[in-house]
Design a binder for this molecule. Structure first.
Ligand code: TMP
Length: 205
């Protein structure tokens, strides 16, 4: 069975390296799989991502930010994720629409119901089968990021990142069947093992 697996978590939680590790494990087991990411994953998405993360001259409103993430997501779903799922591949995505609820909703304070509607539109109704939340205290996640090369989000105040973390934990409580919450402070190989145990269960017929 193919699945759509998403990785979520605050900045510095280690989800990029865990999503790569999961892809490699699936490939070793000869499961057809693809890894992509948000924002990005397409030419349009990578360009939007650069604006969102690095553009210093333009002051972006919270709503503008939300719409740009949504545009990037819609392109990724149509160009990459939906076709791969249709081919029977398992898709791993480093961030998906829960990031928008956590960052633009709980972090920036935009209306959660509006975000949910936009998420639905941008994702063409597609929902992750399974979501891994790598939970880390905000200060410890940020401490893993080099202060000199922080992007627009990483430069936000600690209180913003704490709201994002609490938002993620609330999302996981709302949908305990879909979310696996893993302590991101555990050793990398232990995290990978916990994830693999759940993924094998998910993929077994
Ligand atoms: P990353 O490539 O390091 O994960 O950075 C992406 C940043 O964008 C990260 O700080 C989270 C943020 N983000 C949002 O605010 N909303 C979203 O919908 C997504 C996908 C990411």
């Amino acid at each position: 069975m193919s699945a759509f697996i998403t990785f979520e978590g605050g900045d510095g939680c280690g989800k990029s390296s865990q999503s790569r590790a999961l892809l490699q494990h699936l490939q070793r087991e000869r499961v057809p799989a693809l890894l992509t990411r948000e924002p990005g994953g397409t030419a349009l998405g990578e360009s939007i991502s650069r604006w969102l993360k690095w553009h210093k001259e333009t002051e972006l409103s919270a709503a503008g930010e939300l719409l740009l993430f949504s545009a990037s997501r819609n392109q990724l779903v149509n160009e990459v994720i939906a076709p791969a799922l249709k081919r029977g591949e398992t898709v791993i995505c480093d961030r998906f629409y829960d990031s928008t609820l956590a960052y633009q909703g709980y972090g920036r304070g935009l209306d959660l119901d509006i975000i949910k509607q936009l998420n639905d539109l941008a994702a063409e109704g597609l929902k992750p089968t399974f979501t891994i939340l790598l939970d880390i205290p905000a200060d410890q996640g940020l401490a893993r990021k080099n202060a000199a090369s922080r992007d627009r989000f990483e430069k936000e105040e600690l209180a913003f990142h704490e709201q994002v973390r609490q938002g993620y934990l609330q999302l996981a409580r709302n949908e305990p069947q879909r979310f696996l919450v893993v302590d991101a402070l555990l050793p990398k190989k232990d995290i990978a093992a916990i994830i693999w145990t759940r993924v094998t269960k998910l993929l077994s017929p």
